[in-house]
Ligand binder design. Structure first.
Ligand SMILES: Cc1ncc(C[n+]2csc(CCOP(=O)(O)OP(=O)(O)O)c2C)c(N)n1
Length: 182
């Protein structure tokens, strides 16, 4: 008989997601996996960064001249008919994680946030149970630049100046594009 320990698909998925950081957009797409972790008694450490918007897609939108449209978690503005208002959604993702029965630590904003995050991480590692560490951030603070270029075509025609500028920049960048092989 095989002694290989088999995992269910959900266990494999939860293991894949284990000990990761996630950001509010991604968390909203996959948070229910935490329920599987609770059900199957798996220990996870998840650092959940809530910045009330899309940093990566917001930045991409900006670089293609689309001004971060639709990349914020904001209340719908009936008059302007968009989600760009100032009113941040009152969504409490720490409460969401806690509601699944996961031990959740909230790192408060302020000068001690990083030290508190380190302490929470040390406690989470020492614990036998899963921990979600919730920390606030800002989608406009970027990670350091990579050297890659993401080929995202920009609209050829637009009434927006930033989009026209982005189109010209895109055509410039395209000139440096080379096949990987050959
Ligand atoms: C199921 C699915 N829908 C949409 C997307 C497109 N998408 C890629 S990144 C992203 C935003 C992620 O936001 P967040 O997790 O907050 O990370 P951030 O970029 O803000 O750091 C979206 C919507 C996706 N990858 N998968």
């Amino acid at each position: 008989m095989s002694t290989v320990k088999r995992m269910t698909v959900s266990q494999a998925l939860v293991k894949f997601l284990a000990n990761q950081w996630t950001v509010d957009g991604s968390y909203l797409m996959l948070n229910t996996e935490l329920v599987t972790a609770v059900a199957e008694g798996l220990k996870l450490i998840v650092v959940l960064i809530q910045h009330h918007g899309y940093a990566s897609i917001g930045h991409l939108s900006e670089t293609v001249g689309s001004e971060r449209f639709g990349t914020w978690y904001r209340r719908y503005d009936e008059t302007e008919r968009h989600f760009q208002s100032e009113e941040v959604l009152p969504v409490d993702l720490a409460a969401n994680a806690r509601s699944y029965g996961i031990h959740t630590v909230e790192v408060q904003p302020g000068p001690n946030a990083i030290v508190d995050l380190q302490r929470a991480m040390a406690e989470a590692k020492a614990s036998d149970e899963s921990t979600v560490i919730h920390i606030n951030s800002d989608p406009l603070i970027y990670a350091p630049d990579g050297a890659g270029w993401w080929d995202v075509p920009v609209a050829e025609e637009s009434s927006l100046d930033p989009t026209r500028t982005a189109r010209a920049d895109y055509l410039e960048q395209l000139k440096a594009k080379r096949p990987l092989l050959g």
